[in-house]
Write a protein that binds this ligand. Structure first.
Ligand SMILES: [Zn+2]
Ligand SMILES: [Zn+2]
Length: 295
């Protein structure tokens, strides 16, 4: 027998009442982020356009910045389509006529090849970047005194490639500037760096320019990677969660923002591939060693 709706689900004239769909907010098991189940609004630090950060559905626990609007799926190549379900980003379409797309495929600053059908949107984002720069609302990375000066003074990459737990990530800022994402008791963001004093440090190493260990690389394609592979597993987990040692010891403390790791892609992040190791001084006539310890 077909169940009859309760009286509260009908109007006075017995017409069915539209019941709003209940969207349950669920917290990821074991997660401490205050930002799960919703896109974290932000702006691309390279072009200034709006992005939304989401947890990925794959087990890398990384975040992916998506273009903030849905696009007609017919305009997006199938292998570029993403969808968001229950606050989690999945790297595939959901069968509907609409889809999401990673900002990296649209970012006008990057040299990534534009997929057919996306050129118009990418040009629109480029125009928006130009307007932001002209209005003084955004400073291009190459024009920032801090990043440019820091990079030239100590020859360090502004966005280094970091290897941890066998995966390579593009960091949002220089290694020594990566801050803890946990919330303090004053409800602001922890100011401590991941590279805390008296903690083990990674090693700058030249490695094949691939996304993960073991992938085939083009001949002579090497890049400087800040390698944390030799560190204890717990320390690598702490880096991936982007927490200082104190907040790594208190896992129930919530995150105030999302970790800034972006899965490294040698095609999308070509401009961040550095073929020389960072040095404190400009290399002298004797050149530099193959490995450099520390940030
Ligand atoms: Zn961008
Ligand atoms: Zn902290």
């Amino acid at each position: 027998m077909r169940s009859t709706p309760s009286s509260s689900a009908r109007h006075w004239d017995s017409s069915p009442a539209a019941t709003p769909v209940r969207r349950s907010l669920r917290i990821r098991h074991g997660g401490t982020s205050l930002l799960t189940r919703c896109g974290e609004h932000s702006r691309c630090r390279e072009c200034g356009n709006r992005i939304e950060w989401y947890h990925r559905s794959d087990p890398q626990m990384a975040m992916v910045p998506l273009h903030p609007h849905e696009l007609p799926a017919a305009r997006v190549p199938a292998d570029c389509r993403w969808h968001v379900s229950s606050g989690i980003a999945h790297p595939a379409g959901d069968g509907s006529g609409w889809c999401r797309i990673p900002h990296a495929l649209l970012c006008p600053i990057r040299n990534a090849p534009t997929a057919a059908g996306l050129g118009t949107l990418r040009r629109a984002l480029a125009v928006h970047t130009r307007r932001l720069i002209d209005a003084g609302a955004f400073i291009a990375p190459t024009a920032r005194p801090d990043g440019a000066a820091a990079e030239s003074a100590v020859c360090r990459p502004a966005r280094p490639v970091v290897q941890l737990l066998y995966v390579r990530y593009l960091a949002a800022c220089p290694v020594e500037d990566i801050r803890c994402v946990a919330q303090t008791r004053r409800r602001d963001r922890c100011a401590r760096p991941l590279l805390a004093p008296d903690t083990p440090v990674g090693t700058w190493t030249l490695m094949p320019a691939t996304a993960t260990t073991g992938q085939l690389a083009l001949p002579a394609n090497i890049m400087a990677v800040y390698d944390l592979s030799a560190l204890p597993y717990a320390v690598q987990l702490r880096w991936r969660a982007q927490r200082c040692p104190q907040h790594a010891a208190t896992p129930t403390t919530p995150d105030l923002t999302v970790p800034g790791w972006e899965p490294f892609n040698p095609l999308l992040h070509r401009e961040h591939i550095h073929t020389r190791l960072p040095t404190r001084r400009r290399p002298g006539p004797s050149g530099h060693s193959r490995k450099a310890v520390g940030p």
